[in-house]
Design a protein around this ligand. Structure first.
Ligand code: NAD
Length: 441
C-alpha cells in the first residue's frame, strides 16, 4: 500500500494544447473508451499543476493487437483477434483481466485498462492498469480448442506480460483453468515455472485462498460501508443483482449472509423475482447443475425490462458495461447503486441517478476486491508464503473499508460524486508518479 504525498513545483510545466489524437482513438463520448475519457475530463480541473501531464492518461501506453490462429477439431483453421492494452504503468506493472467475448472491441479493452489504472491507484495497490481480450464466443469451442486459443493468445502477448511487467487475471468468460493454461504457457516459454505471471489461478498452482469470491465480497464491503454512512440497515434490505456469475453470485451470497433479502436476479437467461427473498445458494446450486434459470422453483420469471424498475435498497449491476443508460436510469428506484461490473453506467445515466438522489458507488472502488486479492496472490507467489482464508478476507475487508471511507471524506470535502473523487485521487497518484519519474529521454 502506498500513501499520498504532495509535490511542489518551482515553475509549473505547461500542457501542450496541440495534441493530435492517434488514429485508433475515437472521439470522446463514443463507446466505453469515450466514457473513460469523459470521466478523466471531469477530474482534470482538480489536478492542479499535475494537469500538464493529463494527456498521458488519455492514450494507452501500449496496445498490442494479435492474430490467434488455431486448428479446430474439424481440421480447419480459425483466426481470432486478441488484444492486450497497458494503459498506464507509472505506479507499477500493468494489472488487469482477460475477457473472452464475441463482442470484445479495442475500445472496450482500452477503457477496461484505463479503469484498472484508476482502480489500482484508488486502492493504493502498486500496479498500473492493463486489460486483455479475445473476440470469441467460448461457448462455441471445445475444451481442446479453448486451451489452444488460450495458449496461442498467451504466447502472442508473451512479449509484454511478466510478473514485473504486466500480470493478467480472469474476467468475463475466463476462469482458474484458463489462468492455469496461461501460467503454464508463459512458464514453458521462459523455461521456469512462473506462478506470479497471472493471478486467479487454482490453489494447487499458487492461487490465493479467497480469490474466487473476492470481487463480490468487495462489492458487499463497499455496500456495508455506504449503508453505514447513510444510516441504512442491511438486515431486511432489498437487493437486486444483474449478472449471476463470479461477481454477482458472490455479492448476492454476502448480502444474503448479512440478512439482506436478494429479491431479483437477472442473467443472460432471463430475470427471476421473489419479493420474499431468493435463496441464492439454492439458485447457485440450480445453475451449477446446468438447469435453466426459468425452472428455478424459488422465484418467478419476470420480463427483463421490469428488472430496473423493481424497488430496492441496493442495486448491483454485475454483468457487462453500459447497462444503465438514459433509457432506464430514470426508472431505477434504489438507494445505493453498487457497480460490480466495470463501466455499467453511462455518463448521462450517472448524472440522472445522482440527480434522483441515488448514491452511486463506482466500479473503480466497488469491484476492486478482485484485484486486491490478486495483489495478495502475487505477493504470496513472489514470497512463496501462503496465507489463510481468514487473513485474506480480513485484509481485504480493511483495505476496501479504508479506501471507501477515504473516498467518502474526499468526495464530501470537494462536494463531488464518489466517482469524480475517485478519478481525481487516482489521476493525482498516477500523475505524481509520472512527474517524479520524469519523461524519458
Ligand atoms: P461472469 O462471466 O462470471 O458472469 C457474467 C454474468 O453476467 C453471467 O451471469 C451472465 O449470465 C450475465 N450476463 C451477461 N450478459 C448479460 C446481459 N446482457 N444481461 C443480463 N445478464 C448478463 O463474469 P464476472 O467475472 O462475474 O464479471 C462480471 C462483471 O464484473 C464484468 O463487467 C467484469 O469486468 C467485472 N469484474 C469482474 C471481476 C472478477 O474478478 N471476475 C473483477 C472486477 C470486475
Amino acid at each position: 500500500m502506498r500513501g499520498r504525498s504532495t509535490i511542489t513545483f518551482l515553475k509549473a510545466p505547461k500542457m501542450n494544447p496541440s495534441h493530435a489524437l492517434p488514429s485508433y482513438l475515437e472521439p470522446a463520448g463514443v463507446g466505453p473508451w469515450g466514457v473513460f475519457l469523459q470521466q478523466v475530463e471531469r477530474a482534470t480541473s482538480s489536478l492542479g499543476e499535475l494537469a500538464y501531464l493529463v494527456e498521458t492518461l488519455k492514450r494507452p501506453k501500449r496496445i498490442l493487437i494479435v492474430d490467434i490462429p488455431i486448428k479446430l477439431d474439424d481440421g480447419s483453421v480459425a483466426h481470432f483477434e486478441g488484444y492486450r492494452v497497458q494503459h498506464n504503468t507509472s505506479r507499477g506493472p500493468g494489472k488487469g483481466g482477460v475477457r473472452f467475448h464475441q463482442d470484445v472491441t479495442l475500445s472496450e479493452v482500452m477503457a477496461l485498462a484505463g479503469w484498472m489504472s484508476v482502480k489500482n491507484a484508488v486502492i493504493g495497490l502498486p500496479f498500473g492498469g492493463a486489460k486483455g481480450g479475445v473476440r470469441v464466443d467460448p461457448r462455441n469451442l471445445s475444451r481442446r480448442e479453448l486451451e489452444h486459443l488460450t495458449r496461442r493468445y498467451t504466447s502472442e502477448i508473451g512479449i509484454v506480460i511478466g510478473p514485473d511487467k504486466d500480470i493478467p487475471a480472469p474476467d468475463v468468460n475466463t476462469n482458474e483453468q484458463i489462468m492455469a493454461w496461461m501460467m503454464d504457457t508463459y512458464s514453458v516459454m521462459h523455461g521456469a515455472t512462473s506462478t506470479a505471471v497471472v493471478t486467479g489461478k487454482p490453489l494447487a498452482l499458487g492461487g490465493s485462498r479467497g480469490r474466487r469470491d473476492a470481487t463480490g465480497r468487495g462489492v458487499f464491503v463497499c455496500g456495508r460501508a455506504a449503508a453505514a454512512r447513510i444510516g441504512l440497515s442491511l438486515e431486511g434490505a432489498r437487493v437486486c443483482v444483474q449478472g449471476f456469475g463470479n461477481v454477482g453470485n458472490a455479492a448476492a451470497r454476502c448480502f444474503h449472509d448479512a440478512k439482506a433479502k436478494v429479491i431479483a436476479i437477472q442473467s443472460v437467461e432471463g430475470t427471476v423475482h421473489n419479493p420474499a427473498g431468493i435463496d441464492v445458494y439454492k439458485l447457485g446450486a440450480h445453475q451449477q447443475a446446468g438447469r435453466p434459470f426459468a425452472e428455478f422453483a424459488g422465484a418467478s420469471v419476470v420480463p427483463n425490462e421490469s428488472f430496473w424498475e423493481i424497488e430496492s435498497e441496493f442495486l448491483i449491476p454485475a454483468a457487462l458495461e453500459q447497462q444503465i443508460t438514459v433509457a432506464n436510469a430514470g426508472k431505477i428506484r434504489t438507494r445505493v447503486l453498487l457497480e460490480g461490473a466495470n463501466g455499467p453506467t453511462t455518463i448521462e445515466a450517472d448524472d440522472i441517478l445522482t440527480a434522483n438522489g441515488i448514491l452511486v458507488v463506482p466500479d473503480v472502488i466497488a469491484n476492486a476486491g478482485g484485484v486486491t486479492v490478486s495483489y495478495f496472490e502475487w505477493v504470496q507467489d513472489l514470497s512463496s508464503y501462503f496465507w489463510t482464508e481468514e487473513e485474506v478476507n480480513g485484509r481485504l475487508d480493511k483495505i476496501m473499508s479504508d479506501a471507501f471511507n477515504a473516498l467518502w471524506e474526499a468526495a464530501g470535502e470537494a462536494k463531488v460524486t464518489l466517482r469524480t473523487a475517485a478519478f481525481t485521487l487516482a489521476c493525482r497518484r498516477m500523475l505524481e508518479a509520472r512527474h517524479l519519474r520524469g519523461l524519458y529521454p
